[in-house]
Design a protein around this ligand. Structure first.
Ligand code: AHG
Ligand code: MN
Ligand code: MN
Length: 330
């Protein structure tokens, strides 16, 4: 099979389209690639190196940290920190932001990341991933906490790495479509295997944790039942739920459908985090012709008031997310 261009070649071609570009975002994306390759190695070896199970600590989310959560977090921070282009990094695994430079120059970036998504699947060898969202520093940003609270539509790049049967890096920049690159691990380079990804208008599957139904609103119960029982957009659906957001999203991106993690009566804000789970994936979903909302508001328009703010998430094919929106607000 003729393999597509390498990630490095794609990044440099993107840069060449901007004559004035200084190559900073290009350099940053190569550091994302480095982080992806280092974490992919640790994930693949985890059962052999003992990096399975819990570390015995809980994170700011009040969730037990897996050993790989901590290792992936440190690798991602190190790989991005050495780029000398990042001013601030916000991790799911760290309560406070990490300020990795002195804000002296311009062109610095802020990165929100979930170093290991789907941690509950590590010990059962099911696909896990990393998610990242990148914002360009604004001239008046001074490393204040409030400087970090920006709508997802201001991301200059976002993506995820999927550590599955293959290691796939899916990303988009502010002026590109969604591109998927697969790691050729022997030579340590990603190659374009999924160019210009577009999400089907309607879906093949609906994806939600049905065991949460007792906690849903009546409107949400009706939405899930519609995707289960009715032809939506002329398509009969099947239920699919991996329990790793990036795996459920990647399937939705390729085959279409909808992923839903709604708010609940006791937890109206839901479980997933806005800045490093929902916003980066919403950036990709919209670039691929799909959509993402929280049941009421477009994800990319939401502005957090807390670093680790949670949000309900409905994301996927345009027809499906619009259908869910109409029913939730009917
Ligand atoms: P993380 O491992 O980064 O905490 O994320 C887990 C998230 C997400 O990956 C997945 O969609 C969701 O948790 C699954 O939640 P439930 O187990 O409640 O369905
Ligand atoms: Mn996650
Ligand atoms: Mn995580």
């Amino acid at each position: 099979m003729k393999v597509g261009m390498s990630l490095t070649a794609w990044v440099l071609r993107q840069q060449s389209m901007h004559p004035g570009a200084r190559g900073q975002l290009s350099t940053l994306l190569t550091h994302v690639s480095l982080a992806a390759r280092m974490i992919a190695h640790e994930v693949s070896q985890a059962p052999l190196t003992g990096l399975v199970g819990h570390a015995g600590a809980t994170n700011v989310q009040g969730e037990e940290q897996a050993k790989l959560d901590i290792v992936a977090d440190e690798l991602f921070l190190d790989a991005m920190g050495t780029s000398d282009l990042v001013s601030t990094m916000v991790s799911e695994e760290r309560e406070e932001p990490e300020y990795v430079s002195d804000h002296s120059g311009q062109g610095h970036y802020t990165i929100f990341y979930d170093p290991l998504d789907g941690s509950s699947n590590i010990d059962v060898n099911v696909t896990v991933g990393s998610i990242f969202g990148i914002y360009r520093q604004r001239p008046n940003d001074r490393g204040r906490l409030t400087d970090l609270f920006r709508p997802g539509r201001e991301q200059v790049a976002a993506g995820y790495v999927m550590y599955g049967a293959s290691t796939i890096l899916v990303l988009a920049t502010e002026d590109s479509k969604v591109q998927g690159f697969t790691l050729q691990s022997e030579i340590g380079e990603f190659f374009l295997t999924h160019p210009d990804m577009q999400m089907p208008e309607v879906g093949k599957s609906y994806s939600c944790n049905q065991s949460r139904q007792p906690h849903w609103s009546d409107a949400m119960v009706a939405v899930a039942r519609r995707f289960r029982d009715d032809d939506v957009g002329g398509e009969k659906r099947t239920a699919r739920y991996v329990g790793s957001l990036i795996a459920d999203f990647h399937r939705t991106l390729i085959k279409g459908g909808i992923f839903m993690y709604p708010g609940e009566r006791e937890k109206p804000e839901g479980k997933l985090r806005l800045m490093y789970e929902a916003a980066p994936l919403a950036f990709l979903a919209e670039k691929a012709g799909g959509g993402a909302h929280d049941g009421k508001v477009r994800i990319l328009d939401k502005v957090a008031t807390k670093l680790h703010e949670r949000t309900p998430l409905f994301i996927g094919s345009r027809v499906d997310v619009e259908d869910a929106f109409a029913r939730l607000n009917g």
